[in-house]
Design a protein around this ligand. Structure first.
Ligand code: ATP
Ligand code: MG
Ligand code: MG
Length: 568
């Protein structure tokens, strides 16, 4: 097949195609619509959709909406948006709730086979009976109900006759199993609650393992990829698939055919891979929700959030995320990766892809005294130093410039190579400037005055004089005032999730994670489209804010610094 990637999952897929076990593969990405997708999900998305594409198969997007209490259509929309943004297209968009009728019929089948029973134990009793890792569980006193009684009770559960949590439908497997998931797990619970897709139609909802395995089988999924915490669930997954045996029970699929869904049932195989985790981040949906609700961040798409909506607004590109996922690879080894892997992928992606612009974020006036007051010039700058195909742009130049305050020092520290009183510096693309005069307001430097060497333009005879520093600038009369949001890591410590000494992640928040300054950008930066990324020379990578930027009132977010400033 058309991929060189050699991870163990692709190896399995390759073998299954070579052996003829499958003629075509199908995968799915099954998020629960109970929150926004985060960077971790990007790994699952790239894997599910990527493998399908590489091997000429399909991938479905399935909203795993079996737990109505926490789910919301807002999340459903955002999930679709995120998958598209990452560059993937689904074969079918499905909801697990599309299958509620089939899953219910499957439950009746299990009852008829003697593989499931209605249990009247309370949730507390169920826990008691389940036993522990070292002690086998005890069978429910309701385990030996007749098929007729079970069927009757199940139908009355479905008809809404019983209050919440008074009964469950349980699989009849093995109360002595070393795998707790196999100790007669619940398949259905009673919950009189409105569902975002099916409304009030169902008073009972299938449990995750039952719904998930059957949804995979219904959709004809061949390889069901999920994270390692489901490894212990695989025996139950297989049990559900085998006992219901959709491939040989087309009658169970009739409700779907009636709804116009094609039926192509399979016997799917679950394969687990390790979760993606980075230090300096918190990725649990519960904590992200708390951060949003408590106002610790400005919503789900705050550029400091690890949600896909957040990092998109921060300036992460789909290609940077795919690059990160490729670099991280696929394994069964859970680990906490260094955030520099994520940031490095963005730097490498933008270094190649982002055009260069000049912007000054802490402005200091510089006046070139040997140019006339009305001097105006249009200089031509390449858009990218390593990519001629990126073309060039016009950068206006005039007598008064803004330079970066930190590029001038009255009393220079050792090794300082930029502008000092009486010293010379190269103004990027414009020539060599000498500082003759420093104007101050009290202690504060407010203006630098001096002359530009008229023979020092790039290409001129005097241009190659040895000068230690080169600084960037923007023409004061042409520059556009911009709001510049300097984002940094949200947490100060590598493991904000550790709850040692009664502290929580909220105690580790970086008070400097966002600083907003007013800067000046060259006109070709102000003209950016929302979401366009640039390298502001010598400062970092920035993106025009997706929502707030306009050419008249530019707003730029710092995506990442040029170098890793956190490295020890
Ligand atoms: P959370 O525990 O944060 O709620 P989840 O695993 O319940 O996350 P789902 O919406 O159920 O989130 O996840 C959809 C898919 O994405 C699942 O297949 C899941 O295994 C995968 N996934 C979730 N988090 C990660 C992660 N950090 N790394 C890789 N895959 C992930
Ligand atoms: Mg979850
Ligand atoms: Mg989940």
């Amino acid at each position: 097949a058309a991929t060189g990637k050699q991870d163990f999952i692709r190896q399995i897929v390759r073998e299954d195609l070579a052996s003829g076990k499958h003629h075509a593969i199908r995968t799915r990405f099954p998020p629960e619509p109970n929150g926004y997708l985060h960077i971790g999900h990007a790994k699952a998305i790239c894997l599910d959709f990527g493998i399908a594409a590489e091997f000429g198969g399909d991938c479905n997007l399935r909203l795993d909406d079996t737990n109505p209490v926490k789910e919301d259509p807002e999340y459903v929309r955002a999930i679709q948006d995120d998958v598209h943004w990452l560059g993937f297209e689904w074969h079918d968009l499905r909801h697990a709730s599309d299958y509620f009728e089939v899953i219910y019929l499957a439950a009746e089948k299990l009852v008829r086979q003697g593989d499931a029973f209605v249990c009247d134990l309370t949730p507390e009793q169920v826990r008691e009976y389940r036993g522990t890792l070292t002690e086998p569980g005890r069978p429910s006193p309701w385990r030996d109900r007749s098929v007729e009684e079970n069927l009757d009770l199940l139908r009355r559960m479905r008809a809404g006759e019983f209050p919440d949590a008074t009964r469950t439908l349980r699989a009849k497997i093995d109360m002595a199993s070393g795998n707790m998931n196999m100790r007669d797990p619940a398949l259905y619970r009673i919950k009189h609650v409105e569902h975002q897709n099916t409304g009030r139609e169902w008073p009972i909802y299938p449990m995750y393992d039952f719904a998930h395995s059957l949804s995979d089988a219904i959709e004809g999924i061949t390889h069901s990829l999920c994270t390692l915490e489901f490894e212990d669930h695989r025996p139950l997954y297989d049990w559900c698939v085998d006992k219901v045996d959709l491939v040989n029970s087309p009658e169970l699929l009739a409700p779907l055919l009636a709804k116009g869904f094609p039926s192509e049932a399979s016997k799917p195989r679950q394969i687990e891979f390790s979760r993606l985790n980075f230090n300096y981040l918190v990725m649990s949906k519960r904590k992200l929700l708390a951060m949003v609700n408590e106002g610790l961040v400005d919503g789900w798409d705050d550029p400091r959030m690890p949600t896909l909506q957040g990092i998109r607004r921060r300036g992460y590109t789909p290609s940077a995320l795919r690059l990160m996922v490729d670099r991280v690879g696929i394994s069964k080894q859970n680990s906490l990766l260094d955030i520099s892997i994520l940031e490095g992928a963005l730097r490498d992606d933008l270094d190649a892809a982002a055009q260069r612009r000049m912007a000054v974020i802490d402005p200091l006036k510089l006046v070139i005294t040997n140019l006339p007051a009305d001097h105006q010039e249009a200089l031509t700058f390449p858009n990218h130093p390593k990519d001629e195909t990126a073309g060039s742009r016009t950068v206006p130049f005039s007598r008064e410039l803004w330079i970066e305050r930190e590029d001038f020092e009255e009393v220079p520290p050792k090794g300082f190579k930029r502008l000092i009183p009486g010293g010379e510096v190269r103004l990027r693309g414009a020539g060599i400037f000498r500082c003759d005069e420093v104007i101050k307001d009290g202690e504060r430097v407010v203006e630098i005055r001096g002359e530009l060497d008229p023979e020092s333009r790039p290409g001129m005879a005097g241009a190659d004089r040895k000068i230690k520093g080169t600084i960037h600038w923007v023409s004061a009369m042409h520059a556009v005032k911009a709001e510049v949001r300097l984002y940094d890591r949200l947490f100060l410590v590598p493991d904000p999730d550790n709850d040692e000494g009664g502290k929580t992640y909220k105690d580790y928040m970086n008070p400097e994670s966002r600083r907003v300054v007013t800067g000046y950008v060259e006109p070709a930066a102000a003209a950016a489209a929302p979401e366009q990324s640039f390298q502001f020379e010598r400062i970092g990578y920035f993106v025009a804010d997706r929502h707030d930027h306009s050419s008249d009132a530019p707003v730029f977010n710092r995506s990442v610094t040029l170098r890793d400033t956190w490295a020890a």
